[in-house]
Design a protein around this ligand. Structure first.
Ligand code: ACO
Length: 335
């Protein structure tokens, strides 16, 4: 599905992210699972991941990241909250209204988006739609997940991959030509392959790794090409690709398909693992704070997840202010 941009555009004007304090290195998993640090590093690119304490909810992570993003944007005048998550705190209601209420935004539109690891890109598209239809002038978009709770305790294939975190952006109404304006969106799905990565009712995550790997590489490569083309760019024009951090080998394979070398690929999976819907905004926040992502860079955000789902969009990176105050909490920290 593609959605050409008309009328006002959605412009990124704030960014924030948080991670749980507790870092779990591969060595710690090796004590519980039949695996090795070397296997995990070479097959996935992950050295350690952050795991939320039992008392920390998806809502807590989302509120902390959103607070950072709102501070960075310099506004609290938000008219909608869109939360991408695979791990809502309740089957019903959605988590977004609670997040909005905790932020003092009672009364605004608030809903969850469930597209697993593509959730953040789907949520950007939904939020951009609210802005272009003039339903809202400013929208808070959060990706927050506690993916670590989904694998079975003894599953050596999935436990090393999945982790916890949250990231958020603030979108405001603006014009398509200004820095920060989201380009055309490309979204897709294929439910025929839902069994490749699934959490059955009352059960634990089941993953067909090698098959999922192939779909991830094919879909992320294709959707990146489409989004870049719709933006009127060539792949050679892209300064940074910010892929969902599924596996370092998937990102490298996508880079090879698109001839986008490692210098142009934002990667932070080594120390955060696969954080589901939080992955892209976390990568953006860390790359922006670390100077890998700079104002004026032509950026493509590209994602793939269970469903199957996939999506991509483009943006010329804006000059954002970091949040004034680091997040102080015993359970999590600003990235
Ligand atoms: N330690 C040691 N051995 C392991 C481990 C482990 N942690 N996990 C699996 N193995 C074993 C398997 O049991 C298998 O053994 P066998 O040959 O005796 O049966 C062997 O390693 C090879 O297993 P494969 O699954 O074929 O290994 P592969 O090289 O494909 O790597 C991996 C597995 C890392 C899961 C890979 O397939 C992958 O990354 N797939 C995509 C996963 C992914 O990205 N998921 C998320 C995407 S979507 C989203 O983000 C929601």
């Amino acid at each position: 599905m593609t959605s050409p941009q008309t009328g006002p555009a959605a412009v990124i004007c704030g960014l924030g992210a948080v991670l749980p304090h507790r870092a779990v290195p591969n060595e710690e998993l090796c004590a519980e699972l039949d695996t090795t640090d070397e296997w995990i590093r070479t097959r996935t690119g992950i050295r350690e991941r952050r795991i939320a304490d039992a008392g920390v909810s998806t809502e807590d992570l989302a509120v902390a990241a959103a607070t950072q993003a709102l501070e960075s944007s310099g506004t609290n005048d938000v008219h909608a909250v869109v939360l991408a998550t695979t791990t809502p705190d309740h089957l019903m209601p959605a988590t977004a209204p609670s997040v909005a209420a905790r932020l003092g935004l009672t009364g605004v539109a608030a809903f969850d988006v469930a597209a697993v690891c593509t959730g953040f890109v789907y949520a950007l598209a939904a939020a951009a739609g609210l802005i272009t239809t003039q339903t809202a002038r400013t929208v808070l978009v959060v990706g927050a997940d506690r993916m670590s709770q989904l694998p079975a305790a003894d599953d050596r294939t999935t436990r090393p991959l999945f982790a916890d975190g949250a990231g958020a952006v603030v979108l405001r109404s603006g014009t398509a030509t200004e820095p920060g304006a989201l380009g055309p969106m490309v979204l897709g799905s294929d439910g025929a392959h839902r069994d490749l990565l699934i959490v059955p009712h009352g059960g634990h995550m089941k993953m067909q790794g090698p098959n999922l790997f192939r779909h991830a590489v094919d879909r992320m490569s294709a959707v990146t090409r489409q989004a870049v083309q719709l933006a009127g760019w060539r792949l050679a024009d892209v300064d940074r690709i910010v892929p969902h951090q599924a596996n370092a080998r998937i990102t490298a394979a996508v880079g090879r398909h698109l001839t986008i070398d490692a210098d142009r690929r934002v990667q932070n999976i080594e120390y955060v693992g696969n954080t589901g819907a939080a992955s892209i905004p976390l990568a953006l926040a860390q790359a922006s704070a670390g100077g890998t992502l700079r104002p004026g860079h032509r950026v493509c955000l590209t994602a793939f997840g269970a469903g199957l789902t996939w999506g991509a969009t483009t943006v010329t990176w804006p000059d954002l202010k970091p949040a004034a105050h680091p997040h102080h909490d015993t359970a999590m920290e600003r990235t």
